[in-house]
Design a protein around this ligand. Sequence first.
Ligand SMILES: [Zn+2]
Ligand SMILES: [Zn+2]
Length: 143
Amino acid sequence: MAVGGCFCGKVRIEYTGQPLTSALCHCHDCRKLTGSPYTYNFVVKSEDLEISGSPKEVAKTSDSGNYIKNYFCSDCGTPLFGRKIKSHGEPDEITIVRAGIFDDIGILNERKPEAEIYTDRRLVWISPIEGAAQVSGMYSQPL
Ligand SMILES: [Zn+2]
Ligand SMILES: [Zn+2]
């Protein structure tokens, strides 16, 4: 099991199981969301997440055209996870968790990104990760 949470500790997240995949995203939205050059994300089944606290949600249509809700700690602002919202308003069964929220750095060291997406927007001074699929734009699996 992996545990994590926001900077101030008011929102905590427990995760069981293994990510479906893991990816760096270099898109414009991810930069803005996190204030960082790119995000590292674990793509997980929503049912494998246990969330305590009440993250604030911010909705936006993403670069891929999907309607996404992103969740933050309302006190400290840590970006926690995002979910696609289906056309009838229900959240997707898949959740994109910002990998940096996990407490144990070992989890991040063990799991290298399987892919990088929106590589066309990667900053020029950042090198591709060896062994990670390079995808310009969104890949077929929804993020
Ligand atoms: Zn917080
Ligand atoms: Zn992104």
